[in-house]
Design a protein around this ligand. Sequence first.
Ligand code: NAP
Length: 241
Amino acid sequence: MIVIVTGGSRGIGRSIVERLCADGVGVLFSHSSSDEEAGELAERLGPLAHAVRLDVTDDDGPGRLFDVAESLGEVTGLVNNAGVTSRIGPLTALRDEELRRVVDVNLVAPLRLCREAARRWASTPGKSRRSIVTVSSVAARTGSPGEYVAYAATKAAVDTMTVGLAKELAPGVRVNAVSPGTIETSIHARSGEPGRAWRVAERIPMGRPGKPEEIAEAVAWLLSDKASYVTGTVLDVAGGL
Ligand SMILES: NC(=O)c1ccc[n+]([C@@H]2O[C@H](COP(=O)([O-])OP(=O)(O)OC[C@H]3O[C@@H](n4cnc5c(N)ncnc54)[C@H](OP(=O)(O)O)[C@@H]3O)[C@@H](O)[C@H]2O)c1
């Protein structure tokens, strides 16, 4: 049994990889550039964890990812986790290439990966139960004004993809999303404000940012047979936000 996790070298993705391997699930995770972190993780977790350097926006990315995963075992799950914000700031400050990158990584890539999964699974029906989980964001409903409006728009589209695809692929494949609030990961430093998670903590009813492991727990549950009657759901894990 193999689960594909995109963006598994850091942050939430890394916790998902750790959690699935701890449950005895084989994982193929991707990253686009963080060789050191990916290598350290794969070595630490041992034979259940496999890393592949591959940008999810590459034309042949989805096909290559599934080819490698299928060479390791039967692919039963896909976690669309890789995501980027843009530089923190108003929409007016975004250059075209930054805007397109956000849409390509956060929306086009998950759509193409879901399509790849659906096509491959349609040609091998009736085996194990299959499941897709996409990591969305509560930004889909807050809109992230002044910070990441384009990012928020891609996450709203991901939620809609989840609802539609769940109906399209039922009953063979369950399709769900997890919507984190603010989580302590490297994404904030990459958007230009390393301390953002704690700056916004006063707006969070639970008074603190979440931890990547708290998202991984929800993803692992949705992937598992314990969630066998759950599909088309966007599950908030957001400390009350
Ligand atoms: N942290 C939060 O507060 C928060 C809140 C809500 C939702 N989320 C969502 O949670 C997901 C994970 O975020 P995170 O905070 O864990 O981010 P992160 O710490 O920046 O980690 C992102 C991961 O994705 C990989 N990645 C990025 N672009 C990629 C690409 N084009 N192709 C392949 N891999 C790529 C990165 O590796 P490389 O750099 O090597 O590519 C890294 O492993 C994202 O979808 C994000 O939108 C995060």
